[in-house]
Design a protein around this ligand. Structure first.
Ligand SMILES: Cc1ncc(COP(=O)(O)O)c(C=O)c1O
Length: 376
């Protein structure tokens, strides 16, 4: 069976003409226009006679791809001049360790806001290097909400504050960010980076694996304020120092060239869509199609996140009846909805409506939910 993509970004399985709606949590949907362009350029990349994957990372042709991706990111995300954009490897998970390695030492404190599994993993890594503490937690409610900004316990002598802007598993998202004054604010934006405009100047460091909103897996975007690079721990292995990558324009060693090319193309697609303001509006519309189906179901579908903390990227819900939930997931799968099951350790249902998921897919899921409720 071979997948082909139509113009609206919905893959069609040729043999059965069955639409496939990709709601995967990551890696996730990519714009079909980008996939088509990559396909067209695959064998002869811009006159080089070879694919982008076969170019030397020191060649002029690749350097253009690399720098173009960086400058698109800076422009689209309105990144101030005192920040660097780095393309690293090791996923967001390596950032969980690199951040405390660079900025936290024994006897020093850092505030971690516990809003879910990924935040906890980041916290656990920090404990290996210094004395992090929990500035707030939503754990007791099974992470149904984002703590109130006023409830965060932050000390002015903390090395940094760490938050997770969007909680992929629980479907919660920060709507506003704390003002941490002189204390550097660090955010894991893996599952909502560039889904909306953000005031980057509030943050000392933002990081995200590309595989949800920006491209294929293998590239980790790090946006870091220059003074952070200067004050980092110098006694670290070369590859684990931000300064190594910043001094070398993320070309100290071989970068994931194909992933960076794809990321640049996804950013080009975001430009064509009118940038982050317009993308944010579409993301809001898309998520609301599904939230409305939940809210208008009279308790047939139950949203996990508290309404004021709802994510526009990951919509988490359950069915009131467990057997019915199983049936819902089976029928959704048969109807071509991919990735609608919740995270492996949490269960329930989850629709990830990242940037590249077309509105048509969200309409189809909403219609399916309404029909399933009628039938059951
Ligand atoms: C919010 C968040 N942080 C971190 C990660 C881990 O990312 P990676 O697999 O790139 O290490 C994920 C993965 O889904 C995530 O959703």
């Amino acid at each position: 069976m071979k997948n082909i993509n139509n113009n609206i970004g919905v893959s069609i399985v040729k043999q059965t003409i069955q639409p496939v709606y990709n709601f995967n949590a990551g890696p996730s949907a990519l714009p079909s226009a980008v996939l088509e362009k990559a396909q067209q350029e695959l064998l002869n990349f811009r006159g080089t006679g070879m694919s982008v994957m076969e170019l030397s990372h020191r060649s002029a042709a690749y350097e253009e791809v690399h720098n173009n991706a960086i400058s698109r990111l800076k422009t689209l995300f309105s990144i101030p001049d005192n920040y660097e954009v780095l393309f690293l490897q090791g996923g967001a998970s390596l950032q969980f360790s690199m951040i405390p390695m660079n900025f936290l030492q024994k006897g020093q404190k850092a505030a971690y806001v516990n809003t879910g599994v990924w935040a906890e993993k980041a916290f656990a890594e920090a404990k290996l290097f210094g004395d992090p503490y929990e500035a707030a937690s939503s754990k007791e409610s099974n992470h149904r909400f984002i703590p109130n900004l006023h409830d965060l316990k932050i000390n002015q002598d903390d090395e940094y504050v760490h938050i997770t802007s969007n909680n992929t598993i629980y479907g919660t998202q920060w709507k506003d960010f704390p003002n941490t004054g002189e204390v550097p604010l660090i955010a894991d934006m893996s599952s909502d980076i560039m889904s909306r405009p953000v005031d980057v100047s509030k943050f000392a460091l933002i990081y995200a694996g590309a595989q949800k909103n920006l491209g294929p897996s293998g590239v980790t975007v790090v946006i870091i304020r220059k003074d952070m690079i200067e004050k980092a721990n110098p006694n670290l292995p070369t590859m684990l120092k931000y300064s190594t990558h910043s001094k070398n324009n993320s070309l100290f060693n071989t970068p994931p060239t194909f992933g960076i090319y794809m990321l640049g193309e996804v950013l080009g697609w975001i430009e064509e869509k009118g940038g982050l303001e317009s993308l944010a509006k579409q993301n809001e519309e898309k998520a609301h199609l599904i939230y409305d189906a939940i809210d208008e179901s009279n308790g047939f579908y139950i949203g996990h996140a508290k309404p004021e903390s709802r994510s526009l990227m990951n919509i988490t819900f359950r069915l009131a009846d467990q057997d019915l939930e199983k049936k819902f997931l089976e029928e959704a799968k048969e109807a071509g909805f991919v990735g609608v099951n919740g995270y492996r350790t949490v269960g329930g249902c989850r629709a990830s409506t990242y940037n590249s998921v077309p509105v048509e897919a969200c309409m189809a899921l909403r219609d399916f939910m309404i029909q399933f409720q009628k039938n059951n």
